[in-house]
Design a protein around this ligand. Structure first.
Ligand code: UP5
Ligand code: MG
Length: 186
């Protein structure tokens, strides 16, 4: 089974994915984390990834898909949760073409911009993109490129919307209800 989580920058995808892993035993694959790991390794893509993340733009699909596939191949789990990917229609099409598969379900964390900005700017984990200038760019890219992917999955009947405002546990209660639903149909 393959699931995906989408949602704007700082909407709480990573936080909820950790809870999903603990409760439902999925393997969590954060595209952003994989890119950040690659960025600090000796990789030929390191400086390109750094520049792209700092500008809030999207890393070319070929690179991100390669990192995701490497990670998928390294584990023996058959239940994957891909966090923060695909970020564009181009990402989605590349992933589907290369893997020949689609997610069984997609979770979308709906969060007002003001709240996303507040969460990102108070995270304090030293991420190069957690500053107001980059955050404005991330939000623009989210609107322009991520939302069409969300619409695509909505039309396919695979999208489950979650209200991301509330405590982590309140948000997770909604996630739990979605999992109760998807585990009976997949
Ligand atoms: N927090 C969480 N839940 C909360 C709650 N219910 N109430 C109050 N606070 C809450 O949460 C963010 C912060 O909010 C944390 O401090 C948390 O404690 C608190 P988090 O769970 O980290 O949110 P998340 O949605 O994961 O935010 P993140 O910043 O990771 O989202 P992005 O989508 O911006 O980041 P990502 O790492 O996916 O991507 C970063 C960049 O990488 C992109 O901008 C892009 O440049 C690049 N990228 C690609 O190019 N391609 C990809 O496929 C993926 C990334
Ligand atoms: Mg994250």
């Amino acid at each position: 089974m393959q699931g995906e989580t989408r949602g704007g920058p700082g909407s709480g995808k990573g936080t909820q994915c950790e809870k999903i892993v603990e409760t439902f035993g999925f393997k969590h694959l954060s595209a952003g984390d994989l890119l950040r790991k690659e960025m600090v390794s000796d990789s030929e893509y390191g400086s390109m990834i750094l520049d792209t993340i700092r500008e809030g733009r999207i890393v070319p699909s070929a690179v991100t898909v390669k990192l995701i596939l490497r990670e998928l191949a390294s584990g023996d789990s058959h239940k994957f949760l891909i966090d923060g990917f695909p970020r564009s229609e181009e990402n989605r099409i590349a992933f589907e073409r290369i893997t020949g598969s689609e997610p069984n379900f997609v979770l979308f964390f709906e969060c007002p911009e003001k709240e996303m900005v507040k969460r990102v700017l108070s995270r304090n984990q030293g991420r190069i993109d957690d500053n107001i200038d980059t955050m404005k760019k991330r939000l623009k890219v989210f609107e322009a490129l991520n939302l069409p992917v969300v619409d695509y999955y909505a039309k396919k009947g695979k999208l489950h919307k979650i209200n991301a405002v509330g405590t982590e546990d309140e948000v997770f209660e909604q996630v739990r209800r979605v999992f109760a639903q998807v585990s009976t149909v997949t």
